[in-house]
Design a protein around this ligand. Structure first.
Ligand SMILES: Nc1ncnc2c1ncn2[C@@H]1O[C@H](COP(=O)(O)OP(=O)(O)OP(=O)(O)O)[C@@H](O)[C@H]1O
Ligand SMILES: [Mg+2]
Length: 511
């Protein structure tokens, strides 16, 4: 007696269709799972055995073999329990075989009493299954708490179940399965950001730089003495970023679903992520890792912001690891079990003090650091990383009079509306070249999309000679100037745009 049912595994952010074969043969009673299962999959035996019995079915007193195909793919996790149990019930004739069973894809973890527990990656599975060429007629059966998230994909039928007996009764024609919970409209509304730029007093230069950064998706380094508001400014960036498009929303939600970070009350993430991992985080935590690689912070920040507060405190290995995602917008993590490529397209924001004690350059306070200490502190950021930062902006210590000022600054919502219209202009301009924002432009696009006036060209030339700017600063300046011009709705890059962009290369000049 053999039964075959479909299931799905998750690799990276993709769902991989699996076939689960359950064979019941004569012989001494045994229960084996083959097809490269890891220890967590092998434990399914005990869960399935108990769940089947506790739901009032009989567990065969024979030799049971379960094969997870394709057999060359390493499997981990507990989400195959439901498919194994359904296969077993079909092979023993306790539920009828037929079209409904053949077109079902089953995922879910079982508890010993037969309840079906939520799993990670339901949205990724639903999206991948809906992209299969022969997806017509497929129905995805999954845990009830995951059904709302999977039902976001309209090209595939989704049914939730809360227990094995409920599912078995459905196949026996003794009841219906509940419809996926409707999406709570409140969970769809974007929370009004609690943090607002109007709370930041003074720091007009830094605010302007962050507006430009948000408008063109540029990477930023904020540097200045302790307590000047660097962390405060960075935390407010999400409040001025444009709201994600529906495709971006699905991408963000898919990643968080795979990482198990999706709240069942909030099945759709309508806000851009803001990730600020602590500097003690491991390379695997930031870049991605694990036996079968899991997404790291760079991937969780996809379509949002990755913020490294106190940048020089991070391990060198971690900072070096950022090079690939900053360049390619994806990250490839290789482990013995698998190589996985994750998306990692984020805006990078770093903050740092000018020296270890933080007082260097402050006219009021004395710096206690030796030149060697300062050099060592700054050299952690040298080369490749600083190379990928478009905007370097000083956040100077704030004066007492400025703090006393009661007039609120400009609200985030107003800044965001300018950012939105600037992004729209970029999307229109780059619709044929697959570039999402000015920061993603390549040098080969400059001639067509970044025309300079004669004055602007002359100023750029002079800046290079007089300020001793590096060649690598050139591309950054053009891209930032393009965004500044876009904020003014100017087609040409003018001298004033170049002048402002040059200002944001202050660390290059010192180095
Ligand atoms: N421009 C400002 N307007 C209003 N409050 C401010 C401003 N700058 C700093 N503060 C106040 O000072 C506190 C410390 O600021 P913040 O943590 O952002 O400083 P920082 O530059 O990150 O310092 P550090 O280098 O020590 O991390 C803030 O929580 C806020 O209350
Ligand atoms: Mg800080």
């Amino acid at each position: 007696m053999l039964a075959k049912v479909r299931s799905c595994a998750v690799m990276g952010i993709n769902g991989i269709p699996l076939e689960i074969e359950v064979d019941i043969a004569d012989g001494l009673p045994a229960f084996d799972i083959i097809g490269l299962p890891d220890a967590s999959v092998k434990e399914a035996k005990e869960r399935v055995r108990a769940a089947v019995r506790n739901c009032g079915f009989s567990f065969p007193y024979s030799r049971v073999t379960v094969n997870l195909a394709p057999a060359d793919l390493k499997k981990e996790g507990s989400s195959f329990d439901l498919a194994i149990a359904v296969g077993l019930l079909a092979a023993t004739g306790q539920i009828p075989r037929g079209e409904a069973l053949n077109s079902g894809v089953f995922v879910g973890e079982l508890s010993l009493d037969g309840q079906v527990r939520r799993i990670n990656g339901a949205l990724a599975m639903a999206l991948s299954l809906s992209e299969l060429p022969d997806n017509a007629g497929l129905t995805l059966y999954l845990p009830q708490p995951n059904s709302t998230e999977a039902a976001l994909v309209d090209k595939i039928a989704v049914k939730g179940t809360s227990s094995l007996s409920q599912l078995a009764n459905y196949f026996c024609g003794n009841g219906e399965l509940p419809a996926p919970d409707p999406i709570n409209p409140q969970s769809l509304s974007v929370d009004g950001a609690e943090l607002d730029f109007s709370e930041v007093k003074g720091q007009e230069t830094a605010k302007r730089a962050l507006e430009i950064a948000a408008a063109g998706s540029h990477n930023v380094l904020l540097y200045g003495p302790p307590g000047s508001g660097k962390t405060m400014l960075a935390r407010r960036i999400p409040s001025i970023l444009p709201s994600p498009t529906m495709d971006e929303t699905l991408e963000i939600t898919r990643i968080h679903s795979v990482a198990g970070q999706l709240d069942s009350n909030k099945p759709l993430l309508r806000q851009r992520p803001f990730r600020s991992p602590h500097h003690s985080a491991s390379t695997a935590g930031i870049i991605g890792g694990g036996k079968i690689p899991q997404p790291g912070e760079v991937t969780l920040a996809h379509q949002g912001v990755l913020f490294f507060d106190e940048l020089p405190e991070y391990k060198r290995e971690v900072l070096e690891g950022l090079r690939q995602p900053l360049e390619d917008r994806t990250v490839t993590v290789t482990r013995a079990a698998a190589t996985v490529c994750y998306p990692a397209d984020f805006m990078f924001i770093g903050s740092m003090n000018p020296c270890p004690c933080g007082n260097y350059g402050d006219p009021r306070l004395e710096c206690r650091c030796s030149p060697t200490q300062i050099f060592k502190y700054r050299s952690k950021l040298s080369g490749p990383l600083i190379d990928r930062i478009d905007i370097q902006v000083e956040v100077p210590g704030i004066k007492f009079e400025q703090l006393q000022q009661n007039e609120p600054g400009e609200r985030s919502a107003d800044i965001r509306s300018r950012v939105e219209s600037t992004r729209l202009r970029q999307r229109k301009r780059y619709k044929n070249i697959k570039v999402a924002s000015n920061a993603r432009l390549r040098a080969r696009h400059f001639e067509k999309h970044c025309p300079l006036t004669n004055d602007a060209r002359q100023l750029l030339h002079q800046s290079f000679q007089n300020l001793n700017l590096s060649m690598r600063a050139h591309d950054r300046i053009i891209k930032v100037a393009r965004t500044i011009a876009d904020l003014e709705n100017s087609a040409m890059l003018e001298a004033s745009h170049i002048a402002e962009a040059v200002q944001y290369r202050s660390l290059d000049r010192q180095g």
